[in-house]
Design a binder for this molecule. Sequence first.
Ligand code: AMP
Length: 218
Amino acid sequence: MTQVLILLGAPGAGKGTQAARLCAARSLAHISTGDLFRENLKKETPLGKRAKGFMDAGQLVPDDLVLEMLFDRVAKPDCQRGYLLDGFPRTIPQAEALEKRLGKPARVTVLSLVVPEQVLIDRLTGRRTCKACNHIQHMLFSPPKVAGRCDKCGGELVQRSDDSLEVVKKRLDVYRAQTQPLEGFYSSRKLLLEIDGNRPEEQVFRDLERRAFGGEAA
Ligand code: AMP
């Protein structure tokens, strides 16, 4: 049976960081729709060109574009055993489309990372991403050893264009209006597990792993 983990949470809640750790620990494919869009932007594909305006404005990319890209991705062989969705679904229609596509046989767990709003703003505006390896650092919480350079590979650290204060505020508004209702959607299906994401990364990781997998061996 395919195991599907869904990681919910506002922008800056730590989904990307925790998703990477969970996937490494549990051999799951990590599917980040935000990363998929950024790859398409970088390669200047038709999809990337259509998504760019929405992303730059802090808005959601229309559901039909997201769904086509996502369903293509999860059809790949590395997703057969299981995968983790990071940044998807973001709207009720996306969640309904996923539910329809998965049908009964999948084992779905929804983990929601809960973090206060001011903490989200501080985290996002200080975030820097390595252009070469996507490693994430923070100007206050994990400052680079060499200014502007990734601690892991030495690549250039850049601020995502949508991590500026103005766009961050817009993204949080969009999150509240369009994505937060998913908590009710999954809670009514008894699939929602809430996790306090305002703690050190290691503690959040251990809690997520325990809640998602119980005592199951990796
Ligand atoms: P993220 O890296 O998850 O914060 O995503 C960055 C941007 O990509 C978002 O602000 C949206 O514009 C777009 N995006 C990512 N995932 C989705 C999704 N599931 N639905 C709509 N837009 C998305």
